[in-house]
Every structure is written in C-alpha cells, then in structure tokens.
Design a binder for this molecule. Structure first.
Ligand code: AMP
Ligand code: MN
Ligand code: MN
Ligand code: MN
Length: 280
C-alpha cells in the first residue's frame, strides 16, 4: 500500500478542535498512513494518539511545534520523531507553557481595557488542560459575535498593534533545535512563508537554522500556493534541508485545510521521512 504522510497537525492538546483519537480517525478517513501530531509547545496528546493509531493501523510520528524566536522574529520549529518523555524537552515545554499563561493574562487585560470582559476565563474553559493559545481567544471572540470569521478576529483583535495582542519573548531558535535533537527528533522550520518575512530574512534564518542543527523545512502545507512550494523547494536545495510536508490541520470547521491534503513537492528533494527511523 502506498504511504500518505501528513507531518503537521494539531489536537485538543493545543489549539486543534479534535481530540487526538478523533484526529487519528479523521486522518485515516482521508487516506493518511503516517501522521505526525505536532501540537504547540506540548506533547500531552501523543499517548492518546499513539493508542488510537496502534488500534487503527496508522503510523503515529510523535512531534511538537515549538514557539521560538530569532533576531526578534517569531518562528515555529516542528520536531518530528521526538521521544515524548524526554526530561529536558518536557522541562522546556513547561517553561514555554508558563510564558503562554503569562501572555494570556496580558491579552485578557488588553481586551478588558477595550470593554471586552472575561475572555481569558472562557478561553481557559475551551482549552481545558491545554495551554491557552490565541486560537482559543479567537474562538471566544467569534462566539461572542466579534469579527465574523477567525481570520477577521485575528486581524482586528489578536495581531500586533491590536487590543488583544501581547508580546512574548519565545525561546531562541537554537534552543528549540537543541531540545528537539536532544529528544531524538528532527528539527523542521515550519511554514516558512507564514511569517510575512522577506526572502533575505528567510535566507538568513535558514542559514542560522542549519548552523543550529536544523535538518528540514516545510515545502508544502495545506495553504501553500504553487509559488510557495517552488520558493520553499529553492530554500531546501540552497541550504541542504530535507523537505517536510504537512497540512497544519486544526479544525474541521475550517474545511479548506484538510488532513493529508497538500500540493505535491518536487521530486528531486530529499523527503524528511527518510530521516525518521521508524518510517524510513
Ligand atoms: P499562538 O501560538 O497562541 O500565538 O497562536 C497562533 C495560532 O493561531 C496559529 O498556530 C494558528 O493556529 C492560529 N491562527 C493565526 N492566524 C490565524 C488566522 N488568520 N485564522 C485562523 N487561525 C489563525
Ligand atoms: Mn495553531
Ligand atoms: Mn505554526
Ligand atoms: Mn501548526
């Protein structure tokens, strides 16, 4: 049977809408044979996803998406094939969860100053045990009738310069790479065109990422245009990075991003899964 990989997805352990077992079921329904669960700054969903995957005959690749920074820019570093119980990784993720909790309080304060009360309390209710993300804030604002769509809520309330935005000093990119590699994983620069950076910035970041021990770059995600795939492939070739691909699926209510659905990647690239021992 041919393999269908999806190496970037979210569950209710972070800001996804489906519990890990439901996510695995949906991945199978969409033909995915190898799924990486890559929740934001947590590995808490992996045990449930693994259990469901082993029952249902899907290969679950344990992953994480770490919030990081380089030279004042915010980046996401995906770790693939990480050992979820590794102590240093877990300690680092706990620290980042603390940063998230503090940021959530400051976001709530900013919204309160605009007369929008109690958003954090509702966001915590939605998140349950998961770290609070901007997505949870967005869902609450949307439910209360602000914005009209997730995209508009982000644009009007949660982006830099808006009332519900609060800055965080995320850990350095090189530290994120170290934690991932220390846990036996492969570090991948997520969605390179998702940061609004110029090509010159992206080249500098790729160079620093490779220096730090990064090994892969996402060449295709669920929202990549053909131009983005070409530009991502060019970065992969130039910096000797393996090509990753993953939908970045979050929510069945946002149906334009679906598990297993990404544009194809150029055939000359080295797929990142050749670096993953359990799937090579
Ligand atoms: P955070 O990591 O808490 O800053 O939240 C970032 C998350 O917000 C991303 O991982 C996306 O899931 C989500 N997000 C950002 N922009 C949008 C948007 N325009 N529409 C829907 N979700 C978004
Ligand atoms: Mn997200
Ligand atoms: Mn991301
Ligand atoms: Mn993601």
């Amino acid at each position: 049977m041919s393999r269908i990989y999806d190496l970037h997805s979210h569950s209710t352990a972070s800001d996804g809408a489906l519990a890990p077992a439901q996510l695995v079921q949906r991945a199978l329904a969409h033909g995915v044979t190898h799924l990486a669960l890559t929740d934001h700054d947590t590995v808490a969903g992996i045990a449930e996803a693994r259990g469901a995957a082993s029952h249902q005959g899907l290969v679950l690749i344990p992953g994480v998406e770490i919030s990081a920074s380089w030279s004042g820019r915010h980046l996401h570093i995906v770790g693939l094939g990480v050992e979820p119980d590794q102590p240093a990784l877990n300690q680092a993720l706990e620290h980042i969860q603390g940063l998230r909790a503090d940021r959530a309080r400051r976001m709530d304060e900013g919204l309160r100053r605009r007369g929008i009360e109690g958003v954090l309390e509702s966001a915590r209710g939605l998140a349950g045990d998961a770290p609070v993300t901007r997505t949870h804030f967005a869902r609450v604002l949307l439910q209360r009738g602000y914005g009209g769509s997730m995209d508009r809520v982000f644009r009007h309330f949660l982006r830099r310069g808006k009332p519900g935005y609060a800055r965080v000093e995320w850990p350095a990119m090189a530290d994120a790479v170290d934690w991932i590699r220390g846990a036996g994983g492969i570090a991948v620069l997520a969605h390179p065109f998702g940061y609004g950076l110029t090509r010159a910035w992206l080249r500098r970041i790729c160079e620093a990422f490779v220096d730090a021990g990064g090994q892969g770059i996402e060449v295709a995600t669920g929202t990549s245009s053909a131009n983005m795939v070409s530009a991502g492939a060019a970065l992969a070739r130039r910096f000797g990075l393996a090509a990753s691909w993953g939908s970045d699926f979050h929510d069945p209510a946002l149906p334009w991003i679906e598990l297993g659905r990404m544009p194809p990647i150029p055939e000359d690239l080295q797929p990142v899964w050749t670096l993953l021992p359990e799937t090579a």
